[in-house]
Design a binder for this molecule. Structure first.
Ligand code: NAD
Ligand code: ZN
Ligand code: ZN
Length: 389
């Protein structure tokens, strides 16, 4: 079959590889009808995440038709149409029983390596390095889904691929980011990043009843899409984020802040005269990560910082004393996808949200390698790429 494979930093190729086969009685083999490139794939593309090997199959946002199931998989049968969540979960361990699917204790088959690097294990993830199980991803014609009797979302009749594909990642990710903000009707929610995750977080914060949603980015098309979704926008290239957030909240600061940027936060901005020395010390001390420092600085005391943005390795020079003294709550993590998907599927069916609005590019799988750069560099108005094997 054809699959998009990692061959090193900035080197993704469409290779011919062996078809996957059932390896375990709970598995399923899924024929992919649509898959997407996620902002998290860009961290692999840019070489920020360790544990990748030559030839690893990329992709963790995908869906398709069940072709074959293992003998103990009684939840699925050939012909079923499924979206596959990016977090592989067993459904039975202590964390799964608490709904903490992204930290499932049983699905990461490289637990020892993960323990060494993270100090604990996380769930197995598709196409996301050997630290999270080294499971071949879904930017391919077929994929083996481990623990498939649990790790799936069945698609009801009458919905297109485009309407449900993002249930596997970015929609629940934006949703969880907003839910974890515990939004009150009087809240302002500020969201850094108008990429696909930021866009889903905006719609989620609006649906969850925030009084005001503000989005910060510098890409015109993305800011325009954010505004259409109901956000007040701040272009960090041309405005002082701190000053504008102050104006928009009567000097109080947003009660809730979401980092939908992650590792890309090293994109630097110039500091303006608004900052006094104390602020300079916090904001300018290191060149990264900018978004986390800015959020801690502007968030209203007793507020919540929600961080779906992906970080890897050491994140230093965070003004943690500021967060402590302001009494901020910080929430982060990979998304517990299936905790949210029944509710989100209902909202899609009800017409409350149609996540397909983010798609700007749909291309055949073979064109996938070139789309990584297009997506990362926001060329050609690119916001979200869907690949069709
Ligand atoms: P993306 O790269 O398309 O979007 C990031 C956006 O942030 C871009 O539009 C960029 O212009 C903007 N940005 C860069 N620096 C900024 C700054 N200093 N201030 C404000 N905006 C800035 O990616 P995406 O697909 O939207 O994903 C966003 C993040 O969410 C990534 O880190 C990704 O890995 C992460 N993610 C996490 C999960 C999870 O389970 N927690 C799931 C999916 C994605
Ligand atoms: Zn993702
Ligand atoms: Zn589990």
């Amino acid at each position: 079959m054809k699959a998009l494979c990692w061959h090193g930093k900035h080197d993704i190729r469409c290779d011919t590889v062996p078809d996957p086969a059932i390896e375990h009685p709970r598995d399923a083999i899924v024929k992919i009808s649509a898959c997407a490139i996620c902002g998290s794939d860009l961290h692999l593309f840019d070489g920020f995440i360790p544990g990748m090997k030559h030839g690893d199959i990329m992709g963790h946002e995908f869906m398709g038709e069940v072709m074959e199931v293992g003998k103990d998989n009684h939840a699925l049968k050939p012909g079923d149409r499924v979206v596959v969540p990016f977090t592989i979960f067993c459904g039975e361990c202590d964390q799964c029983r608490r709904g903490n699917f992204s930290v499932c204790e049983r699905t990461n088959r490289n637990k020892e390596t993960a323990d060494k690097v993270f100090g604990h294990t996380t769930a197995g993830l598709f196409g996301y390095s050997h630290l999270t199980g080294g499971y071949p991803g879904g930017q391919a014609e077929y994929v083996r889904v481990p623990f498939a009797d649990k790790t799936h979302i069945k698609v009801p009749e009458g919905l297109t691929d485009e309407q449900v594909l993002f249930l596997g990642d970015i929609l629940p990710t934006g949703w969880q980011a907003a839910v974890q903000c515990e939004i009150e009707p009087t809240d302002t929610v500020a969201i850094w990043g108008a990429g696909p995750v930021g866009q889903m977080a905006i719609r989620s914060a609006v649906l969850l009843g925030a009084r005001q949603v503000i989005c910060i980015d510098h890409v015109p098309e993305r800011l325009a899409m954010a505004r259409e979704g109901g956000a007040v926008i701040i272009d960090f290239e041309n405005e002082s984020v701190v000053e504008r957030l102050g104006e928009l909240t009567g000097g109080k600061g947003p009660e809730k802040c979401i980092d939908a940027v992650g590792l890309e936060a090293h994109v630097m901005r110039s500091f303006d005269s608004f900052y006094d020395r104390a602020k300079q010390a916090v904001m300018a001390e290191s060149d990264r990560p900018h978004v986390l420092r800015e959020m801690m600085y502007v968030c209203r005391p007793a507020g919540i910082l929600s961080v779906p943005g992906v970080y890897g390795g050491l994140v230093d020079k965070i003004p943690f004393g500021m967060a402590m003294n302001k009494g901020l709550t910080i929430r982060t993590g990979q998304t517990h996808v299936n905790r949210w998907t029944d509710d989100l599927l209902r909202r899609i069916q009800d017409g409350q949200i149609d996540p397909s609005f983010v798609i700007t590019h749909t291309v055949p799988l073979e064109k996938g390698p070139g789309m990584y750069k297009t997506f990362r560099d926001k060329e050609d108005g690119c916001i979200k790429v869907v690949l069709k094997p």
